[in-house]
Design a protein around this ligand. Sequence first.
Ligand SMILES: *[C@@H]1O[C@H](CO)[C@@H](O)[C@H](O)[C@H]1NC(C)=O
Length: 271
Amino acid sequence: MFLFHVVTLLKHIRETAFVYAITAAGVTHAVTQACSMGELLQCGCEATRSRAPPRPPAAGPGEPAGSGEGGKWEWGGCGDDVEFGYEKSKQFMDTKRRRGKSDIRALVDLHNNEAGRLAVKLYMRMECKCHGLSGSCTLRTCWKKMAPFREVGDRLLERFKGASKVMGGNDGKTLIPVGHNIKPPDRQDLIYSAESPDFCQANRKTGSLGTRGRTCNSTAMDVSGCDLLCCERGHRDETLEFEENCLCRFHWCCVVQCKKCSVRKELSLCH
Ligand SMILES: *[C@@H]1O[C@H](CO)[C@@H](O)[C@H](O)[C@H]1NC(C)=O
């Protein structure tokens, strides 16, 4: 929630869009996961009876190796009930809109929330298990699983990079893409309405914390590299000592006990 506080200081910039989207995606993913793990009373695995009758699964990612062609299959196992997580995320994220916000800002937030949820819901994969003598796969049971959240994050990062700028229409109810010859954003695209401030220098007005003191990577050429992250102010290398958990042991049942070890790390820090 700290993150929310920071981004609400900012206008509807690209970064805000990402935070809204990944939060909505996170709620969708976590609730759905909890359903499948049996941690919630209101939900569980996806009900298979109401599913559409099985069609021959298209070969694709998530297909087990060596799955025979044309074998019979049916829904089974524990599919992720992403529809439930999607609805819960919607209730949680879309209704707690603060009053007094302009319609346009609300539209932008709602759009990005939805884009985040879709980044989970539209990329389900099928997993199957073979049954039959010595893996002959005469019958397979299949279920749908969400992609790991890391992949959802990567997908949203791509949308962040390609985010579209919009402005409000005269009716106060529509969003119009800014710029010419730009394809209108679709439901999965992230949108923003103001350019990002300069994040190099701390600025309380814009909510920017600046990059002084940030750890950077002296060999990376991307935004995590010292050249870009430190905004050409340079960096210093320091060896710092950290305490970490180590030699962890699991005791039945159910505690994990660890020792504390101090480790030295070489870090680069922005000037
Ligand atoms: C730093 O960047 C290099 C090159 O991109 C990469 O191989 C390395 O893993 C990075 N180090 C850390 C600590 O992230």
